[in-house]
Design a protein around this ligand. Structure first.
Ligand SMILES: [Ca+2]
Ligand SMILES: [Ca+2]
Ligand SMILES: [Ca+2]
Length: 824
């Protein structure tokens, strides 16, 4: 069988060292708890919850950084149509719980879609409502459920409603993705029914045998528009005019009004095994449906799905002929927007394709905010570069270089995936941030290190660490104006054209940085040159930085302040005509440099930014070149607008008395984000637990009366019985018969995820907050509470002392509590 396998080809643009994709950090947020995570989605209800499907039929909720212990829905053993994965859960399977999506109106109480969600799973054979592809190995079920009336974290299993089901002749190629479009219609990815070549039994025109080999000229299921297999289907799950009345046919489906035998559910066809599809809904422009279609032995592809489109299988595999004798009813086949070949591909035409993997896994166009460099790019992957059984999942990306044209590249994350990773799925949260679900074993429930082998990653930006270097040489080249001038040791640099005389003259600044000390074992992410604009003329001028190709000197000349006309050059100075005065001339007066600018900057017409900064990928390329080959480092020359007069600008030089204003090269390198304070606390006290394990905030593991969240808040151990409570009270007499309540609590100033609210009540009903510390800040009193002190204790702990004064005659009994909340 061919499983998820396939490859696609695509236009490959060679990228520079930095690539088109930003450096990404894959943060492990949950491992060792889910067997085979096939789907990650959210309810769109603002709860921040992620819903994770496990192939075996369970749906988990991941929230507050933990996999919640209570299942949202369990279809693994019961339900109207029990999930069927196969008879041996320790072997590879493409069956099971494969998709889930919430109705877009899930949160709207007066809309029909309220509290409804949909799942796609395979059930045991013989329960299908559609028998057009018998024999059946299993049955694809699309079912509706509702969340329970009184618990948003629990689906009501008794509400299952069968929407649509159809038989699968073989165990593989079940598609399974569900996604609502902006039109509120449900899109369903459907595979060709399985086996190989789309011509085994149960496949239209096939030989009727289980393994006919690569028969030519047969129609297959994907090209057979009377079948639901090998398609993108589009239905209205709340409608009733479809076959059986459990769903509706959208009136604008391509065959909605056909009098022929075509299935009216079809939106697009010619798919082999659409393994993950997603809508991109940008703020501007139309939504688009991206679909990854798994190929057979040679080519994997990404398609943009449009209504009535024919994506080619089994005529084509990617853009290559698979069986060009397949009758596909004319019309044009729509080619992929990107494709790549299997490492083992042998089909003619695959030579020119990049080779990345064996089975594509579709992802999402990034529309989040945390990673600006990923905005608008499609992040996806391949299940296993080393073959289905061996893993080696790779991350891939598409960048739309011009409308409709996509550049494919491998995305190398800052931290690599496990070598045995199979990329099962990508997911998106409510904020548009992306997740990756992988599994490190082949069998559905095969364990890794004694635990379930699924891992969830959140895609995050890398942290960046800057290194700042000050210029080691700089100078100004003055176009000859009667004398040979320079300004090696002056406190200013000049660039642009002056207006000093009838012969308006040009100045150019040269500067050099020693990059040999930059670390070698890191990934650099950016380079920028920052100058201090000391004085400027009042217009917008573009100033370009070019890489110098010849060496030059900085002698001892000093034109003083301001020095705009330079002074007679000294031995070894760079001048307009000389690299080294008075021995070596430039080949080209005014400096020998690369024609292509390394970076540009428009100096603004006001001094709004006194620190103009040149930054580009080319600038980083220059720096890395110089680091690799120090003898090639001649620095940059800054060239202003020389087509007009009065464009010269004045910058601080490396000799400037204000150190912070000297020419500075800022090079950033990628680093792993630091663990949060809470993550460090968990790692210290629960070293054996998997990432994302559930810790009950209100549990008390050591029975010391301090529940787990407070153990963290007080900087305590949840395993060591603490004698001293983290919150203490005492009273003392105040003046004029009053009573002073003195309250003390510990807070952790490094726990910026916590808020502490000290609250009192006379009756256990009404509480008032008398002191608050937010995000690690000093406590502040309120409602009569006075913070007497907030003093350092061990490490980052602080002891807060608060006084509450009760007037004479008042009820002096008070209840006290410390309300701690943690943000995620
Ligand atoms: Ca200098
Ligand atoms: Ca405790
Ligand atoms: Ca304790």
């Amino acid at each position: 069988m061919n499983l998820l396998r396939c490859l696609a080809f695509s236009l490959f643009l060679p990228m520079g060292l930095w690539g088109a994709f930003p450096s990404l950090y894959l943060k492990n947020i949950c491992d060792g708890q889910i067997h085979a995570p096939t789907n990650i989605t959210h309810a769109g209800d603002g709860s921040g919850r992620l819903f994770i499907c496990d192939q075996i039929g369970k749906i988990y909720i991941f929230s507050q950084g933990m996999l919640q212990p209570k299942l949202f829905l369990d279809l693994s053993a019961s339900g109207l149509n029990r999930v069927f994965v196969g008879t041996n859960l320790n072997s590879y399977s493409e069956r099971g719980l494969l998709g889930m999506t919430f109705h877009p109106d899930y949160e709207h109480p007066f809309a029909p879609g309220y509290r409804r969600f949909y799942v796609n799973y395979t059930a045991p054979a013989s329960t299908a409502t559609d028998h057009s592809s018998d024999p059946q190995n299993c049955v694809t079920v699309i079912a509706e459920f509702r969340v329970s009336e009184d618990d948003p974290n629990l689906a009501d299993v008794t509400t299952e409603r069968l929407v649509l089901s159809y038989g699968q002749p073989q165990p593989n190629h079940n598609g399974g993705q569900l996604a609502f479009g902006p039109d509120k219609m449900l899109y369903i990815g459907s595979g060709d029914g399985g086996s190989a070549n789309d011509n085994a039994e149960g496949h239209t025109g096939g030989s009727g045998t289980s393994s006919p080999g690569r028969v030519t000229g047969t129609l297959g299921n994907a090209q057979d528009k009377t079948k639901l297999l090998g398609k993108i289907l589009r239905i209205d799950p709340l409608g009733t005019n479809g076959p059986g009345g459990a769903y509706g046919i959208p009136t604008d489906n391509p065959f909605a009004n056909s009098v022929g035998m075509e299935r009216k559910e079809i939106y697009a066809w010619g798919l082999r095994n659409p393994w993950r599809l997603s809508f991109d809904t940008p703020e501007e422009g139309p939504a688009r449906l991206f679909c990854a279609d798994v190929g057979q032995n040679d080519v994997e592809e990404v398609d943009l799905i449009t209504s009535g489109g024919n994506y080619g299988w089994r005529v084509k595999e990617g853009s290559l002929d698979f069986d060009n004798t397949t009758p596909y009813g004319g019309g044009s086949l729509i080619g992929p927007i990107a494709e790549y070949a299997h490492p083992s591909a042998s089909l003619e035409g695959t030579d020119s394709m990049p080779k990345y993997g064996t089975s594509i896994t579709g992802g999402y166009v990034y529309r989040g905010t945390a990673i600006p460099g990923l905005q608008g790019k499609y992040l996806f992957g391949d299940y296993a570069e080393n073959g289905i059984g061996n893993g080696g999942g790779v991350l891939l990306g598409l960048e739309e270089t011009t409308p409709g044209v996509f550049a494919l590249s491998e995305v190398t994350p800052f931290n690599s995936l496990p070598a045995s990773a199979r990329i099962y799925a990508f997911g998106e949260d409510e904020a548009g941030e992306l997740y990756i679900a992988v599994k490190t074993t082949s069998g559905v429930t095969s364990l890794s290190g004694g635990r379930p082998a699924g891992i969830l990653y959140k895609v995050q930006p890398v942290a960046e660490t800057p290194i700042q270097l000050t210029a080691v040489a700089d100078n100004t080249l003055y176009e000859p104006n009667g004398s040979v001038t320079s300004n090696a040791k002056g406190i200013y640099l000049f660039a642009g054209k002056t207006g000093e005389s009838a012969n308006y003259k040009v100045r150019r600044a040269v500067m050099k940085f020693d990059v040999s000390g930059l670390p070698s074992d890191v990934t650099f992410t950016s380079a920028a040159l920052r100058l201090h604009l000391n004085m400027q003329v009042g217009q917008d001028f573009t100033m370009n930085l070019h890489r110098l190709s010849e060496s030059w000197g900085e002698g001892t000349s000093n034109a003083g302040s301001p020095g705009g006309n330079g002074i007679t050059a000294t031995t070894g100075d760079a001048t307009w005509n000389h690299r080294f005065y008075n021995t070596t001339a430039w080949t080209n007066p005014g400096g020998d440099y690369e024609a292509q600018a390394s970076a540009s900057y428009v100096i603004g017409s006001s001094l709004s930014d006194p620190y103009p900064t040149w930054q580009s990928a080319k600038l980083l390329e220059d720096v890395l070149d110089w680091k690799a080959t120090p003898s090639s480092n001649q620095g940059w020359i800054l060239i202003g607008d020389e087509n007009q007069t009065f464009t010269a600008q004045r910058f601080s030089s490396r000799e400037n008395t204000t150190a912070g204003n000297r020419p500075t090269l800022i090079v950033n390198y990628a680093s792993a984000p630091s663990p949060t304070h809470y993550e460090a606390w968990l790692a210290e006290h629960f070293p054996e637990e998997p990432v994302g394990f559930y810790l009950d905030p209100y549990g008390d593991l050591d029975n010391d009366g301090i529940f787990n969240l407070h153990e963290y808040a007080f900087g305590r151990s949840p395993w060591v019985k603490d004698e001293e409570p983290g919150l203490t009270t005492s009273t003392q007499p105040g003046s004029a018969g009053s009573t002073l309540h003195i309250l003390r609590f510990w807070r952790d100033s490094a726990a910026t995820d916590l808020s502490y609210q000290l609250q009192t009540s006379a009756d256990l009903v009404t509480w008032k907050t008398i002191a608050t510390s937010l995000a690690g800040t000093t406590a502040i009193g309120s409602n009569g509470g006075v913070v007497l002190s907030d003093t350092p204790g061990t490490g980052t702990l602080r002891l807060v002392t608060v006084r509450e004064t009760l007037a004479a005659g008042a009820n002096s009994r008070r209840f006290v509590r410390l309300h701690v909340t943690r943000s995620y």
